[in-house]
Design a protein around this ligand. Sequence first.
Ligand code: NAI
Length: 337
Amino acid sequence: MNSVVIQEPGKLVIEQRALPVPAAGEVRVRVSYAGICGSDVHIYHGHNPFAKYPRVIGHEFFGHIDSVGEGVEASRIGERVVVDPVVSCGHCYPCSIGRPNVCAQLQVIGVHRDGGFSDYACAPAKNAYVVPAAIPDKLASMVEPFTIAANITAFLKPTPQDTALIYGAGPMGLTVIQVLKGVYGVQKVIVADRIDERLQMAQASGADWIINNSERSVADELAAEGVRPTLIVDAACHPAILQEAILLASPAARIGMMGFSGEPSSVTQQSITSKEISLFSSRLNSHRFPQVIEWMEQGKIAPEKLVTHWMPAGEVEAALTLFEKDQRSCCKVLLTF
Ligand code: NAI
């Protein structure tokens, strides 16, 4: 089989490998579609602190189960599945309270262990979720990115009365916008980004008001309309955004963070406590696959609005470059295997 391997930072090779044999409790998936995420690019460039090399990247993938390991029902062979990349120990403190995504021994498929940019990939059987017929093959790998939005919104508990402000209209911001509008019915969703084309995608995903904050300040725009957001998500993840979000937020607002920057954010206790602001952080997802599959099946979210390119896996290097360098024309890229 062919696998996309990052042999060391900066060195990507399509390797011929032997078919992997599923271990006890695992399934083997014949991959047909896999999505590129920013973290794949970070592993390629050596900027992901968790990755070990060589590594088959890819943690958003869809395919058919074609083989099972010991202890897994043979009847699962043939199932159309998407794979939850979160592999957890099941008995540490976070696992015991239903938060395997921050397991003390967390293993993310495609980061800590080999992933889905490969003709075949193995995963724990319980991580492979059946995809209903209403979700087409070519969009099924989009379940994973929406689980990030499902996870952060589960903390934020949006209501229709909220005025939401989303920083960043990349794949993460767009999934959050769609979930706020399509699932929670939030009436007013404001989106700030620095790229007009991304803001147009935000509008197509349901944003009510877009602000290009390379030209205009979000603070001035909101002040002019007397708007104070009650719910803010930072899906752009620059360390300076947290401070601005706290200053713009309504008293009693909730703020969701998802960034991994190692740079400090400068915030004061006073700005948070005086308005009793709730800050939440969210990483990956905790058992959100069934929920997102249901949302997609019911048409509450529209993954096709994010996908700008489908490209053959043999062109992975060009696909990664396009994804990284051309945020105006490119949003989500799905590789075909
Ligand atoms: P992306 O780079 O495609 O999108 C980010 C968007 O933010 C871009 O459109 C960019 O123009 C915009 N932006 C940058 N600075 C801005 C600013 N100061 N104000 C407004 N907009 C700004 O990235 P993607 O894939 O959407 O991911 C966003 C972030 O989410 C990344 O930092 C990534 O590391 C993080 N992430 C976190 C996850 C988690 O589980 N916590 C999972 C996946 C991604």
